[in-house]
Design a binder for this molecule. Structure first.
Ligand code: CA
Length: 517
């Protein structure tokens, strides 16, 4: 990516030589009348991360960032003017029936050999980065009892099993009043099933059911080869209790203790970096996301792909406007077709809800300088790096191949994170510009800030500061390598992320596009 950068104050960043706008780098923005090193004079006061016109842009003229059209000018914008959301008319999204397919498939980069991490090998061939007891559920009705039991397991039993990292409840709001005759209901069902198969649960997940729910334990676990089983001592239904709450807690604790004893015998072994399944996501994005953090993720993603690992990027609405760039990178016709199928499904899903992609970006994204979804998309897509796209995972499905995969999910942080967990993610990386304390219980979450100012304010939440790329202190390649090495250290358990240190665990959030009865 060509990068024009002025390191003396004031500074702006231009990403592509064709761009007629650039992003203000300085903390606190720049005042009207400020003159840049190249002579450009600012005619409005412009906040940090917002866009300045590098030359006069006529009404109806294309506004270019990343070398791509992010909109056309609604009014004439003078050189040095602030280019705001209201100044741009959004381009129409690329039509799905006319996308280029496999026209720019990047050649395979040379393999990256010799990189390993210490992980927990599972019977199904997957590798855990943590050793956790997971207790899954068939219905929300059991969540309160389970939470009580989990707290007691943590306090009273877990300390006797020091090789186990924790006990987590896989609670969700699904299971009761489910309309089973709709095709979309398979999405939440397979999500619940595949969550219990996450590599960090070691094939030892317990199931707690109520008894009368629509979603029966057999539907949660019944897949062949999952390593999970249905009979006692793996399953308990609360309606089987003869002696009330006390019996429920006692039974759950007894089941948990048997599984903890098994899990405690596990030890880390040296595993190739190819066993990593990284889920990438962004949340609370700003105009720096696409300049600093996401390109660094993209660089590290390419390294992981070269090492044979699985890397997922997601968030359909945040790549929809770059669909033409993705289908061109699809490894083969089947992958291109799958990309189009998932985006088409999502277009229709939004239509059904009388919504469209303009519901994204959020007010915070806009305050952070992102004018519209097209601009946000171009910045978000950068985290997929430059590798060929070798597969597509539908929502709730499990990743079954290596390389760079598109995991089709909504952009909402918890829903996306939950679906990536179901896909088998054993490590998560999350970029943020506005800042979010987001964390998950099942995997370590590496938080990357897009701006140094955020990393300074939140030193005990941000693991890696990619803002150094904007200040000129570092560059995409250096931060990319730093991330790659950090991933391996965190996967090995020899480094902990801040979300682990503070135990910041957001709830699982199922994606359920199906009706409830
Ligand atoms: Ca997100």
């Amino acid at each position: 990516m060509p990068l024009t950068q002025y390191t003396e104050n004031p500074r702006y960043l231009r990403l592509h030589e064709a761009d007629n706008v650039a992003v203000i780098v300085n903390d606190g923005g720049v005042a009207a009348g400020t003159v840049f090193g190249d002579g450009l004079r600012v005619c409005d006061s412009i906040p940090q991360a917002h866009k300045v016109a590098l030359r006069a842009i006529g009404e109806g003229e294309a506004v270019l960032r990343y070398g791509q059209v992010i909109g056309t000018a609604r009014r004439a914008i003078p050189e040095g003017g602030w280019v705001q959301e209201s100044d741009l008319v959004m381009p129409t999204p690329p039509a799905l029936d006319a996308l280029p397919r496999c026209t720019e498939v990047p050649p395979d980069a040379p393999p990256l050999e010799g990189y390993t991490f210490e992980g927990y090998r599972n019977a199904d061939g997957s590798v855990g980065t943590r050793n956790l007891l997971g207790i899954t559920t068939t219905v929300q009705c059991v969540a309160g009892v389970l939470d009580h039991a989990v707290q007691r397991i943590r306090d009273e039993i877990l300390p006797r099993y020091p090789n186990v990292d924790g006990v987590i409840a896989l609670s969700h709001d699904f299971g009761c009043g489910v309309a089973f005759d709709t095709p979309d209901v398979q999405i939440p069902i397979r999500t619940v099933r595949n969550l219990a198969r996450n590599p960090n649960l070691g094939g030892q997940a317990l199931v707690i059911g109520l008894g009368c729910e629509m979603l029966q334990p057999a539907q949660v676990i019944a897949e062949q080869g999952s390593g999970l089983q249905l009979q006692d001592p793996w399953l308990y239904r609360l309606q089987d209790a003869q002696h009330g709450f006390a019996e429920m807690i006692e039974r759950i604790m007894a089941l948990a203790e048997r599984r903890l004893a098994e899990l405690d015998r596990r030890r880390r072994e040296t595993c190739p970096a190819s066993a990593l399944v990284l889920g990438m996501q962004c949340g609370g994005s700003d105009a720096f996301s696409g300049i600093t953090a996401n390109p660094a993720l993209g660089f590290a993603s390419d390294l992981l792909v070269r090492a044979g690992a699985t890397v997922m990027f997601s968030e359909v609405t945040e790549v929809r406007d770059a669909a033409h760039l993705l289908t061109a990178r699809a490894k083969d016709e089947e992958v291109a077709e799958a990309l189009i199928r998932e985006m088409d499904w999502y277009d229709r899903y939004l239509e059904r809800g009388h919504s469209d992609r303009s519901a994204n970006p959020s007010p915070g994204n806009k305050a952070g300088g992102l004018s519209n979804i097209v601009e946000k998309t171009l910045g978000a897509t950068v985290k997929s790096g430059h590798s060929a796209i070798s597969g597509v995972i539908g929502p709730g499905e499990r990743a079954e191949r290596k390389g760079l995969l598109f995991c089709a999910t909504p952009a909402g942080d918890f829903v996306c994170g939950t679906l990536q967990l179901a896909a088998g993610m054993n490590l998560h990386v999350f970029t943020t510009g506005r800042g979010t304390p987001y964390g998950l219980a099942m995997v370590p979450v590496v938080k990357v800030s897009t701006r140094t100012e955020l990393a300074r304010r939140w030193p005990d939440l941000i693991d890696v500061d990619a803002g150094r790329i904007a200040s000129g202190e570092s560059n995409v390649e250096e931060v990319g390598w730093e991330l790659f090495r950090f991933y391996l250290d965190v996967a090995s358990g020899c480094k902990k992320t801040w979300t682990e240190v503070h135990r910041i665990h957001n709830s699982l959030a199922l994606f359920n596009p199906a009706p409830l009865t």
